[in-house]
Design a protein around this ligand. Structure first.
Ligand code: PA5
Length: 444
């Protein structure tokens, strides 16, 4: 099970400060369980892991097998919650040099629909030319511009390369049961489709087919991922003292009210980079509203100690740091001895690389704490599907609790509409005539 160390947030926040939040945490948990909190029509993620049946996993695996058999590359089209969870888990579980070592036993997983970069889309479609590729089109609303744009290009190319009938076999839609253009298109074309439950918002959807199908196509064990989340679902229902997710939420809240407005999520494994990206969306979109919310930032260490380390050590003291620590590496690599010892590193000879990494982690933690940066440590046993499943649910539940403590609706994102309105007005979308006129007048 995940181990949480919150002893290094003292002296700013004491154990007693955190314990004093127990009644409020219990209230928050009760509101989430009873569905009496704001946004209560989006609480489907709460008991999602325990609701996943072996039959459902088999259905996802069967679709994944078709894509794995028929495709050398599979493009996952989606943005925000419709992409980050899958990307995070696949990156965390893949060989760091997947592109180079792929022996053809797994299709290459590519992502699109998460930007509008012309060069990106040009280069992607060029790469896919004459390749056996498939597409997983993921959009809950079914109307997101970035995703729709990429899907339009990919569908056309897939049909041109395979013919319409064959393309139909390797295009899968994951979308709303009834609404949106992605649903209309899937029904019209006869694509295999999966439903994103109405009561699960994008950023809480990694354990629905949104995350599970791409992860299964990549060849990873989704049953173990779900098992990890199921185990954490049980733990996260416990009272504060026995519940790391609740403790993490309470500690964040105590730090925030003590003036720490920025949380930096740090990792010491490059494979965790996208876990931090997923986490930033989960927390940023859930908390950042009504003028409130901890700003979620991230660093990859030790890499960023050589870029952001100075700021963290001595910059404005408005930050705290949360470290995800992986206790066991998958491989064993020893530092060699060198006769000349020109770099003076022979004192490390015979030690595991991971031991050096762990000492870097400990040394950094102590330095940052000395520099006035409270530190939370989240330790997972190893980087596998089971422990990632635990970590995902841990963060989701803690996010739900923390938003209750903050008094914000965790499950909406009204601010995201502002850019869309301007973009559509600027592009002259039908129905936006008034906005187009107003924005043109503003720009002069
Ligand atoms: O968390 C969210 O709700 C958002 O980030 C969405 O996932 C994102 O905007 C994509 O939306 P959709 O799945 O409707 O295309």
């Amino acid at each position: 099970m995940i181990k949480l160390d919150i002893t290094k947030v003292a002296p700013l926040v004491s154990t007693a400060d955190i314990q004093a939040l127990a009644p409020r945490v219990a209230e928050a948990q009760q509101a989430l369980e009873a569905g009496t909190c704001p946004g209560n029509d989006f609480l489907g993620w709460m008991h999602l892991p325990s609701s996943i049946t072996p039959e459902f996993i088999d259905e996802i695996k069967a679709t994944a097998d078709v894509l794995r058999k028929e495709c050398d590359a599979v493009v996952v089209a989606g943005i925000g919650g419709s992409y980050l969870g899958a990307k995070a888990v696949i990156e965390a579980l893949s060989n760091s040099f997947q592109w180079l070592v792929n022996d053809g036993s797994n299709p290459t997983i590519l992502f699109a629909g998460n930007n509008i970069g012309e060069d990106y889309l040009f280069e992607l479609t060029a790469y896919l030319r004459n390749k056996r590729f498939g597409v997983i089109n993921i959009s809950k609303s079914g109307t997101t511009t970035e995703t729709a744009l990429a899907f339009r290009l990919l569908k056309k190319q897939c049909e041109e390369q395979r013919g319409k009938d064959e393309a139909r076999k390797v295009i899968v839609a994951i979308t709303d049961a009834k609404r949106g253009a992605a649903r209309t298109c899937a029904d019209k074309e006869g694509y295999k489709s999966f439903i994103i439950p109405d009561n699960v918002g994008g950023r809480f959807s990694v354990l629905t087919p949104v995350g599970l199908l791409p992860i299964a196509v990549a060849g990873f064990d989704i049953a173990q991922l779900v098992k990890g989340a199921q185990d954490m679902e049980k733990t996260a229902a416990q009272p504060l003292e026995e519940n790391p997710a609740a403790q993490y939420a309470a500690t964040r809240y105590a730090l925030y009210t003590a003036g720490k407005k920025i949380e930096i999520l740090a990792n010491y494994q490059p494979k965790l980079h996208f876990i931090a990206e997923w986490w930033k969306q989960l927390y940023g979109e859930s908390e950042g509203k009504d003028g409130k919310g901890i700003f979620p930032a991230s660093v990859d260490l030790t890499t960023d100690l050589h870029s952001m380390g100075q700021w963290i050590q001595e910059g404005e003291r408005s930050i705290f740091e949360t470290v995800i620590s992986v206790e066991n590496s998958e491989h064993n690599l020893l530092f060699p001895s060198d006769e000349e010892n020109l770099d003076g590193l022979n004192f490390l000879a015979g030690k595991r690389v991971d031991e050096v990494n762990k000492m870097a982690e400990l040394g950094t933690q102590l330095a940052h704490v000395d520099g006035g940066v409270p530190n939370i440590r989240i330790a997972i046993d190893r980087l596998d599907a089971y422990h990632l499943g635990q970590l995902i649910y841990f963060f989701e539940r803690a996010c739900g609790i923390h938003c209750q403590l903050l008094g914000v609706n965790a499950f909406n994102q009204p601010g995201v509409e502002a850019y869309k309105k301007n973009m559509f007005a600027l592009l002259g979308k039908p129905g936006y005539e008034k906005e187009t006129e107003a924005i043109k007048a503003r720009l002069g």
